[in-house]
Ligand binder design. Sequence first.
Ligand SMILES: [Zn+2]
Ligand SMILES: [Zn+2]
Length: 275
Amino acid sequence: MNFFVTILGSGAALPTGRRRCSAQVVNINGFKMLLDCAEGTQDRIRQHHLKLQSLGTILISHLHGDHFFGLPGLLSTMHLCGRTEPVTVVAPKGARQVIETTFDLTGNHIGYPINFVEMDFAEGLHRVFESPRCTVDAFPILHSVPTYGFRITEVPRSGERKVENGERTLRSPRVYTYCCDTEYNESLVPHMQGADLLCLECTFADDLADLARQRQHLTAGQAGQLAALAQPKQLLLTHISARYHEPDLLLAQATAHFPDTTVASDGLVVEVSAK
Ligand SMILES: [Zn+2]
Ligand SMILES: [Zn+2]
């Protein structure tokens, strides 16, 4: 069964020609979800030949523009292209008001239902979405506005088994955990444990640790340290500041703590693999 992530935007707050702002598509055996929706995301979806109307589930980590400002345009385009099926938007409290006010004040009509699941909790792991293919649990992370990480767990098809020590056993479900944007805090580690692929933000190199603290972001070394504690199978770094033209420095600082690390680039496809 396929389970992979396509990076549409791997940059931090400032979009550049090299890196656009945050957006990813998660594909679990054909069931697709959009994860964050920065300005320009609908263009990236088209560039990567992903079908816009297949993205009926949208998860938003927080309402900063580099994760959210693409959503009104994307929802509007879905309407213009004739959508009638509902869309589910999982987002922090306030997203519904922003979207509905935008459409009301601008006279844009949306001809399909939008089911908002608004997140408003300060601790713990909460089930925010489930489908026959996956479950999504959210947990608060530490940023300047309410921000949530997502733990996406596949539902294995019945009968899917692996051979281990000569015996066929039920395969354990693969997990993709997405944590963007957050400050360094080891209290988040329990929510990251058990991930096959852990995606962490990595806005700055280690020499800008003070700036990272002020802006509530991670450095590359801090992301590597969190991964070393959480022990995912693989670490993926995203939300890279526009000041870094090449990922080598960030990769070196993260791999000093956690070797199996990849720095995301726009268009990269990463498999969520149990290995
Ligand atoms: Zn951001
Ligand atoms: Zn942010």
